[in-house]
Design a protein around this ligand. Structure first.
Ligand SMILES: *Cc1c(COP(=O)(O)O)cnc(C)c1O
Length: 374
């Protein structure tokens, strides 16, 4: 018996405690957690910096409405756009909300409504974000979806060129399709997208909900491409486990997102902002990002060395191992021996350690993976 809707295919594990890369279930069994709550726990479980930030803020002020000024939100937004071509930020509570804001802003600014997204993309579960998602199974059963999205094959330049027209408001993509199979945008496709946007004024929205805030070894994944988005969306790792989302945009969009256009009761909540500020201060430094790149390099080398039969995909610490076996069985076998991993698409195993993972912890995960895969 359960009092819960069964909208998730939950694994039968009840995690009750976590520390860094490790988590323990209610029977005391220990796991190496290479899901990080699906790219959320940027610093692993219960990092002292985040625990302290939350503790301090929770004793000062829990909530303040966006009726009032927020220098804290202002500082976090300034830090997120620092050293980029972006100028402004808006805070919400999740990835789907960040994309909802982006879709509304792009439509309002361009006064057009057609948008191009990609097959196997994932942008969230609210109505517009669900409709933006290029996966039939996500739309199924909900009746007419928002009809103004057109789904183009990812990395297919000709198909993209054929899909854009005078009515197109925006192109929206993930640099790496996280849910869709750890599919990375090709350099040629990124170039084609940017050229179309430069030539036509079509807005570019990059969904960095999974790839942002250091996950790929740079502040944002688009920085490792030629893409220059007008709008960037964030969530997952931004709060390190505390719910927060954000939309960042270029200066020319400012007037299209004026008073009364959009909002959120909880968006930019002081506790969420305090934790996200601590994440920003810790993760968005050259030293920390350099370590993510070094860990990524090491992890990729180890995966390639021990599993030469499988393709290693992705960037930074958003890696995928393209298997030829059914993912649910592999995930269950990994859990059995104490390793938490998650699938992506039909046949890809996604590996998402915390960004501060050590080489010894990577070795530990590799050893566990070997006992399942070899
Ligand atoms: C997880 C995810 C979302 C949705 O975020 P929620 O916080 O679950 O609403 C959107 N886009 C991408 C790329 C994601 O990985």
């Amino acid at each position: 018996m359960t009092a819960l809707f069964q909208n998730y295919g939950r694994r039968p594990i009840n995690l009750v405690e976590g520390q860094g890369v490790y988590a323990w279930d209610s029977t005391g069994k220990k796991y190496v957690d290479f899901t990080s709550g699906i790219a959320v726990l940027a610093l692993g479980h219960c990092h002292p910096i985040l625990v302290n930030a939350l503790k301090e803020q929770s004793e000062k002020l829990w909530h303040v409405s966006n009726l009032y000024a927020s220098p804290q939100q202002d500082r976090l937004a300034a830090d997120l756009v620092q050293d980029t071509h972006l100028s402004y930020g808006f805070f919400c509570n999740s990835g789907t909300e960040a994309n909802e804001a982006a879709i509304k802003l792009a439509r309002k600014h361009t006064k057009k409504h057609k948008m191009i997204t990609f097959v196997n993309s994932f942008h969230g579960r609210t109505f517009a974000a669900m409709s933006a998602t290029g996966q039939e199974k996500v739309h199924s059963g909900f009746g007419p979806i928002v009809e103004t999205f057109e789904y183009v094959e990812f990395n297919n330049i000709v198909a993209l060129q054929q899909a854009v027209d005078d009515e197109t408001a925006a192109i929206m993509l993930e640099v790496i399709q996280g849910e869709g199979g750890v599919n990375t945008v090709t350099p040629a496709f990124a170039e084609a997208i940017q050229k179309i946007c430069d030539d036509t004024g079509i807005l570019l929205i990059v969904d960095e909900v999974q790839t942002g805030i250091g996950r790929t070894g740079s502040k944002f994944a688009y920085e490792q491409t030629v893409l220059k988005p007008n709008i960037v969306t964030l969530a997952k790792g931004l709060g390190g486990g505390f719910p927060i989302g954000a939309m960042l945009g270029t200066a020319d969009l400012f007037d299209s997102f004026g008073p009364g256009t959009h909002g959120s009761t909880f968006g930019g909540n002081p506790q969420a902002v305090a934790v996200a500020q601590a994440i920003s201060d810790t993760v968005l430094t050259a030293d920390f990002l350099g370590n993510v790149q070094a860990s990524s390099q090491y992890f990729k080398e180890q995966l390639t060395m021990h599993f030469p039969q499988y393709e290693v995909r992705g960037m930074g610490l958003l890696l995928g191992l393209a298997l030829d076996k059914p993912i649910p069985e592999i995930v269950a076998a990994c859990e059995e021996i104490g390793l938490l991993v998650v699938g992506a698409g039909a046949t890809t195993l996604r590996l998402l350690p915390p960004l501060n993972v050590t080489n010894a912890e990577i070795d530990e995960a590799i050893a566990l993976l070997k006992s399942v895969l070899l």
